[in-house]
Design a protein around this ligand. Structure first.
Ligand SMILES: [Zn+2]
Length: 68
């Protein structure tokens, strides 16, 4: 097991999420890296403080922490 690689991946994806969230907060339209479809933010009422960014094809499905 190479934990340094795992940690790097996790922090990359965290940075990516923060970046996505920043852009969404500014009202930017974002596109899926895979299908180039428009990404939408769904607020999950059953999980307070969380939202899901997804495209209509489902290749992007990212849970964002919205709190704080
Ligand atoms: Zn997609």
């Amino acid at each position: 097991m190479d934990f340094s690689t795992l940690n790097k991946k996790a922090s990359d994806s965290f940075a990516k999420q923060r970046n996505l969230l920043k852009k969404l907060a500014k009202g930017r339209t974002l596109y899926c890296e895979t299908c180039k479809g428009v990404l939408t933010l769904d607020l999950q009422t059953d999980q307070p403080g969380k939202g899901v960014v997804r495209c209509k094809n489902g290749c992007t499905d990212i849970i964002l922490e919205l709190g704080s």
